[in-house]
Design a protein around this ligand. Sequence first.
Ligand code: IPM
Ligand code: MN
Length: 356
Amino acid sequence: MTPRRYDIAVIPGDGTGPEVVAEGLKVLEAVSGKKGFELAFRYFSLGGKHYKKTGETLPDGVLESIRGCDAMYLGAIGDPDVPPGILEKGVLLRLRFELDQYINLRPVRLYPGVETPIKHKGPDEIDFVVVRENTEGLYAGAGGILRRGTPHEVAIQESISTRMGVERCIRYAFEACRRRDRAKKLTLCGKTNVLTYTFDLWQRTFNEVGESYPDIETDYVHVDALCMWMIKNPEWFDVIVTENMFGDIITDLGAMLQGGMGVAAGGNINPEGISMFEPIGGSAPKYTGQNIINPIGAILAAKLMLETLGEPEAAQMIERAVMKVLQDDLKGAGAGQMGHSTSEVGDLIVEFIEGE
Ligand code: IPM
Ligand code: MN
């Protein structure tokens, strides 16, 4: 039998991206060896450094090469010297849109051994997933600016929601909820009291799709109240589904609940195509090259990638190793101080995997 083989587009990117990606790749090598599949890493140079050198954001040729891969593994893109919007729109959003990665999946789980800023809440209470719509809303880029720089200036930024886009996202969320072994509850997060057009469409679609999932309890919460409940009663949530901008905001809040940006991971998912996995911490320019940034977020992004590629055993192996290292070696990592360097954390995780 020929071993299963996956081509992975690796984009180390800017700042601390390359440092955390290096640890993720070490871990991926270790589990693929154990579980008998092959990973071929194809490196692509994208991001601020590349843009400053060449003036290119995402060349068409690179996009075409990425289309030939099975998944993408991204460190971080962002550079303090590049004006806001260029890399975000030119690289990240363009990848999401061109590859139709219509789900942004962000698990919020507090692992044992990690501190949360929320007093009296622990791993039993903080374990939910946010399914964020990833190709529409305010991110669609509709609008424009008129008479710029004059007293009569007008700026319009419109939010686009399509029945197709909303429905596929909601369907994905119901399926994800069914697969999870938790409360089987899906919460729609919106703002029906003010954004009466957008969330009329969302709420109707949610109700209609929900009819096919009688096993899933449904709930609705306004986004502002959701921010409050996420802190006060995070245990109320199993899966949350929401539109793009709200999802962006509530998942930064979620990252803090689970111990900080250093441990949070996400996936930009096209269930029928090529998905992109990343730590959600950003490029952290201040810490670049110091070997001090937490690579757990990048390692958990690798775990999400393997799950999506259909390698659940290897994914679980990574998770067991992460849990062991968080519990035994990095206790209190959420507070920011790891007590270990970036590469030591990767080594500890690899060591545990090799010993299994
Ligand atoms: C994220 C980021 C991006 C977003 C930016 C960098 C475009 O904040 O992945 O959450 O807003 O989606
Ligand atoms: Mn964000």
